[in-house]
Ligand binder design. Structure first.
Ligand code: NAP
Length: 243
């Protein structure tokens, strides 16, 4: 049995990852920061399908809350085998309109939050000398989308941290990889106007947005021993958008 902590699992990609890992037989810790009802619905769904896990409310940008989450996971299940660093936010703004508060907020959640969770989960993974960390990045790290300089910078940081963490943690049996999705049908892209959606669709060679379940399939594969020799990589999953 493996224990997986999935951050930002109350909806979207995180929810799909939690459900997929539970279907793979993993116990899942469903993290959220505000959406308790949605997170509970994810756990109920997992239980109805024969899986198990628990909810944990923690703002990943707060180190003490992340520590409490990892501690509670160890108290409940005695181990952490998988961390999916997924909780992320987007606050698009053109450079000249940048609000310093939003800049801090994005850095705190999308960058510091990933470090805090990776550090605290790793401390628990050391016991077994085995573990997997998946960092949710974005194709925005390598493609320039106007208004996304902050978001793309945070995701560039995720790609860079993934490589270095992978090198540091390999001797301890911990693999670290990132996934860079393109446009995935979640609430994060619901904010797009119909015009923008149509425009973006034209630029995707496969002609559609991706599904959260497709990202979850890749998470599942990267967590499996079939990928035991893969570490430090960022895998792009974007229907060809970045080609
Ligand atoms: P989403 O639908 O907006 O869901 C975000 C999740 O993160 C929610 O469960 C939210 O829970 C949680 N969250 C936000 N701030 C948090 C915090 N401080 N602490 C803990 N949880 C927090 O987003 P998504 O589209 O599934 O995206 C998930 C990840 O994939 C993000 O890292 C995003 O950058 C990346 N991504 C998404 C796309 C896309 O097209 N959707 C493309 C590329 C990359 P609460 O409501 O409880 O806060």
């Amino acid at each position: 049995m493996r224990v997986a902590v999935v951050t930002g699992a109350s909806r979207g990609i995180g929810k799909a990852c939690a459900k997929r890992l539970a279907a793979d037989g993993d116990i899942v810790v469903i993290n959220y920061s505000h959406s308790e009802e949605q997170a509970q619905a994810v756990l109920d769904d997992i239980r109805e399908n024969g899986g198990d896990g628990m909810l944990f409310r923690a703002d990943v940008s707060k180190l003490d809350e992340v520590k409490a989450m990892m501690r509670a996971t160890i108290q409940a299940y005695s181990q952490i085998d998988i961390l999916v660093n997924n909780a992320g936010i987007v606050k698009d703004a053109y450079l000249l309109m940048l609000d310093p508060k939003n800049l801090d907020y994005c850095m705190d959640v999308n960058v510091k939050g990933y470090f805090y969770c990776a550090q605290q989960a790793t401390l628990k993974m050391f016991r077994k000398k085995k573990g997997v960390i998946i960092n949710m990045s974005s194709v925005s790290a390598q493609m320039a989308l106007a208004g996304q300089s902050v978001y793309s910078a945070t995701k560039g940081a995720v790609n860079a941290m993934t490589k270095t963490m992978a090198k540091e943690l390999a001797p301890y049996g911990i693999r670290v990889n990132a996934i860079a999705p393109g446009f995935i049908e979640t609430e994060m892209i619901d904010a797009l106007s119909d015009e923008m959606r149509a425009e973006y669709l034209k630029s995707i060679p496969l002609g559609r947005f991706g599904k959260a379940e497709e990202v979850a399939s890749l998470v599942s594969l990267l967590c499996s021993d079939r990928m035991a020799y893969m570490t430090g990589q960022t895998l792009v999953l974007d229907g060809g958008l970045s080609l």
